[in-house]
Design a protein around this ligand. Structure first.
Ligand SMILES: [Zn+2]
Length: 159
């Protein structure tokens, strides 16, 4: 591997210099998440003035791999927390699957490490933020969900 070493002038700003820089801790967009923090040491040529990176194919691959690992870790943690919250709120796994039109057993897979699609994740995120409203509205499309919504209402009433 050729050292990313030798300093070069930055083509982005024309002022700074590209220097090998550890980008651990840097936050970047990856997939559907605009804030993914790099959680491992990774040396890339970064301009000290404008922050531009001049990445070759190898750098790009390494950066993408690091971001993907962080993204997966963050997203899996979020998914588990979401599902736990929904279960605690009184929804069954079947009701969660029915709400988001997921196949039977899918919620278990999400808990065990399968990544939800961006759309499914946002749907579950909305359901947690507004459980009663979401169930009430979606039960117009699927009346069986009305029961889940009314159960939440009674839990809230006694809670
Ligand atoms: Zn620059």
């Amino acid at each position: 591997m050729k050292p990313a070493g030798t300093d070069r002038p930055c083509g982005g700003c024309g002022v700074g210099t590209l220097r090998p820089t550890n980008v651990a801790g840097m936050v970047m967009g990856h997939r559907d998440d605009p804030r993914v923090r790099i959680r491992e040491d990774l040396i890339l040529p970064v301009c000290g003035v404008c922050g531009d990176m001049a990445l070759n194919r190898e750098n790009t691959g390494a950066l993408d791999d690091a971001l993907e690992r962080s993204y997966r870790r963050k997203r899996l943690r979020q998914q588990r927390a979401l599902i736990n919250d929904l279960r605690r709120a009184g929804l069954t796994q079947v009701q969660i699957e029915r709400f988001a039109t997921l196949s039977p057993g899918y919620v278990s897979k999400l808990r065990k490490g399968k990544l939800a699609s961006g759309a499914t994740f946002r749907l579950l995120y909305l359901l947690r933020a507004f459980p009663r409203e979401a169930l009430r509205v979606v039960s117009r499309l699927d009346p069986e969900l009305a029961e889940a919504g009314s159960k939440l209402d009674s839990l809230a009433g006694t809670g």
